[in-house]
Design a protein around this ligand. Structure first.
Ligand code: EPU
Length: 343
């Protein structure tokens, strides 16, 4: 593998500070940016059989590096937005995995295509968003995905997954789960609506609801951005990885017990057996808002978010997460699971 050609750029001992939104100052032994599927296939073939750790990252917005990475970090620079087809109701658009997710959302909203506007302003890139099944304000990305194009790590062969094959669930997919590390996403094919299809049930978005004409995708995008800016830290100003934990899904009996002990427990009914409880509420009830541990802290406007307040180390963040998890376990007997991936 040559150090640099038009398909690949390789850097040794590369700081990952710009590649993780926590802003942790860790180092990768080797950092490989590839610019095409051919480049990726070449990289995989060169790394195959070496037995070294390999990690593929996107925008690094959902990662917690626990230390330096003694292996190769791969990153996609495959960037294109191709309009595949359009009829009176839908457009199909194929997008390279290295495109910044919100750049794509902005383009869709500008064209008044509906489907991605509730997911505006989520940090990260297209490839990772399809693995993570990003979601916000009543929409998950799997609702607009048609296909996910990948390369198999062990063979370098292409494989296209139809949306049903991706086994999407809350912050979960086959790529995070059963096939973890086995496929690299190179492009995602989305289907968006050219006629209004809106999701305005989330609290502050309801104010857009009664109006006629129906709000444009751009208006919904603007409202979503305003909500996010009021609740969530901007990664460029304060390092974080968004929600640190998933919202726990508990059995109805567990919820009933909790509701008997506490007033007004916020919750969303998932089905007749299970209920989702906001982790932010559980953490808030344990008094964590604004608290710090070393350089890490619990964000004061949204306690589900851990932030790098002052030169946090990976250990500061891991210890804070562990203390929070312990206190929620002790107070509520509910186990929080991280939403971020520990590396
Ligand atoms: N809450 C508190 N105290 C607080 C803040 C919130 O008790 O200080 C409680 C409230 O009851 C509130 C509830 O938590 O109603 C839910 O809060 P919020 O609406 O902010 O949403 P969330 O459940 O905490 C999830 C996603 C977010 C997504 C929002 C909006 C997860 C793990 N997180 O957060 O996603 O933006 O809903 O849809 O599902 C992310 O994944 O990184 C992320 C930010």
């Amino acid at each position: 593998m040559r150090n640099s050609n038009h398909h690949i750029t390789i850097r040794q001992h590369h700081s990952l500070r710009e590649h993780n939104t926590f802003g942790l100052d860790v180092v990768a032994r080797q950092f490989i940016d590839y610019h095409s599927v051919e480049g990726l296939v070449e990289v995989l073939s060169a790394l195959r059989g070496r037995g070294e750790p390999m990690l593929h990252i996107g925008g690094g917005s959902n990662l917690l590096f626990t230390g330096d990475f003694e292996g190769s970090v791969l990153h996609s620079n495959i960037k294109f937005v191709d309009y595949v087809s359009r009829d009176s109701r839908e457009i199909v658009v194929r997008v390279g995995a290295g495109v910044v997710w919100d750049d794509f959302c902005a383009e869709m909203a500008r064209n008044n295509y509906y489907g991605s506007e509730n997911l505006s302003h989520i940090p990260g890139e297209v490839g990772a968003s399809a693995i993570q099944n990003i979601g916000a304000y009543g929409v998950e990305i799997n609702s607009i995905i048609q296909q996910v194009e990948t390369i198999e790590v062990s063979t370098g062969k292409p494989r296209v997954f139809g949306v049903a094959e991706c086994e999407y669930a809350y912050r979960d997919s086959i790529f995070k789960n059963r096939l973890q590390g086995q496929y690299i996403v190179t492009a995602v094919v989305y289907r968006l609506s050219t006629v209004p299809v809106v999701h305005l049930d989330y609290g502050p978005l309801q104010q857009l609801r009664p109006c006629e004409p129906v709000p444009t995708a751009q208006e919904i995008r603007n409202a979503v951005i305003a909500i996010r800016q009021s609740k969530l830290p901007e990664p460029a100003e304060l390092g974080s990885a968004g929600s640190f934990f998933k919202n726990p899904v508990v059995q109805v009996a567990v919820f009933r017990q909790l509701a008997a002990d506490c007033d007004d427990v916020p919750h969303y009914v998932i089905n007749e057996d299970t209920v989702k409880i906001p982790a932010a509420w559980l953490i808030d009830q344990c008094g964590w808002k604004g608290k710090s541990h070393g350089g890490a802290a619990v964000y004061d406007k949204q306690p589900l978010i851990l932030v790098n307040r002052d030169h946090a180390t990976p250990a500061d963040i891991m210890e804070l997460a562990m203390l929070i998890k312990q206190s929620v376990q002790e107070k509520f007997n509910i186990t929080l699971e991280p939403e971020v991936n520990y590396i």
